[in-house]
Write a protein that binds this ligand. Structure first.
Ligand SMILES: *[C@@H]1O[C@H](CO)[C@@H](O)[C@H](O)[C@H]1NC(C)=O
Length: 181
């Protein structure tokens, strides 16, 4: 009898702990589906499966997930020997301190073929197209890594997409420059 009562209490505790953990840390370590897809209606552009932030006054940035891992996207109709770039909008979010080693929203942005000279900073990413089709592989930081740099951002951001990057730009006023080789 005594044993049964302790057993029931134990089960209730475990269930309660799971509920508390689940709501405080939703998907903090989870991998997310890839969001960036090729965009053929514009030259050298990508789109997000979630679309853009359409709120007026926003940066009209592409919505992406934390924890996207080894995603491949083909960027097409690019002009060879041209510098392309996009800005990292997560730099706008509240930051307690800018930690050394923070690379911004992307932790990987690699050219598989058709480009060179990737520069990845907290400001954004730039690369040079060497062919009309640039195949890229990227990973975004996990929510847990993000909070090392943005301690004040509410946890709810973990389980919904965030306005992460601007569309790809070249020579526009917001474009980043490419490093020469
Ligand atoms: C969209 O933009 C608005 C205005 O800047 C901002 O308050 C909101 O958080 C943005 N939405 C997302 C999902 O980032």
């Amino acid at each position: 009898m005594m044993y049964l009562r302790f057993f029931a209490l134990g089960v209730a505790w475990v269930a309660l702990l799971q509920i508390v953990q689940g709501s405080l840390f939703p998907n903090r370590y989870a991998m997310s589906p890839c969001t960036l897809k090729k965009e053929l209606e514009q030259n050298c552009q990508v789109k997000s499966t979630y679309g853009k932030n359409t709120t007026s006054g926003s940066f009209k940035g592409l919505l992406m997930n934390f924890g996207e891992t080894k995603c491949r996207v083909s960027i097409e109709q690019c002009y060879p020997n041209t510098c392309y770039s996009f800005r990292d909008l997560t730099a706008q979010l509240p930051t307690d301190f800018l930690a050394v080693g923070s690379t911004g929203f992307f932790k990987q942005f690699e050219i598989i073929s058709g480009g060179k000279d990737v520069t990845m900073t907290t400001e954004g990413v730039s690369f040079v197209a060497t062919s009309s089709v640039v195949l890229v592989e990227y990973s975004t930081i996990t929510c847990q890594e993000f909070f090392r740099y943005h301690g004040r951002v509410p946890y709810q951001l973990c389980n919904r997409p965030l306005e992460a990057i601007t569309p790809i730009d070249t020579r526009g006023p917001n474009a980043l420059s490419c490093s020469a080789t």
